[in-house]
Design a protein around this ligand. Sequence first.
Ligand SMILES: [Zn+2]
Length: 259
Amino acid sequence: MIPRPSPLPGGDLPDGPMATKDLPVPASALAIVAHPDDAEFHCGATLAKWAAQGCVLNHLVLTDGSKGTWDPDADIDALAEQRTHEQMEAARRLGSQGKVVMLGHVDGELLATLHLRDQVAYWIRSIAPEVILSHDPWRRYRLHPDHRNAGFLALDGLVAARDPHFFRHHDVPVHRTDTVLLFEADAPDHVEDVSGHVDTKVTALLAHRSQYVTTHGIPAEDDGSAEEDFRQRVVTQAAEIGARTGVASGEVFKAITEL
Ligand SMILES: [Zn+2]
């Protein structure tokens, strides 16, 4: 049996209008994600919008993406290397002028340990973003442990990053982030109007070529029609979220501003 790709990530439709809309464009943003492609799927259009207005985008990817294939005979070291290149290209396509940091932990085995919290806090301090975007670790019935643990690491890391007595061996100043946006949120309350930026999101997602079969639903022998279908699904998803939230195209988040 040929496995079928799951529904498009990031497609949950919110119940109704959001409490807030559109943050002021931050000077810098950091997406902290489990896998290469998570940032593009869940907040790619928001990142593209901000980059177009001068925000410096940064990616912190916690795992190596080495489980991202259905081929039992795949060379997973080669896959991890390919996914690093794909993530860098995707960030470039979003308009990133910042860093793409790949921590390279084993895909599927991410744990919210103190050691990893130290690493995440270090990069938050080093990059000093105004806004952090990450997975909502409290989303109910979430199955993938990496997404849950990446969310906890992002939040635990930002708490540690802001206070001087955490991880005192870091050679960078402490940093307090202004706002966190959690995607795949259990209770979204914030929408970013991404009208005009969904095509850039699609273009960035298409940089993740190794994921075409498993995630994008584009077969290896595609004549272009499956890629076009993928593009349409991403555009439709943003429009459906927008229709529920009062914008033409949207991405929704749980916003946390008391930091
Ligand atoms: Zn993921």
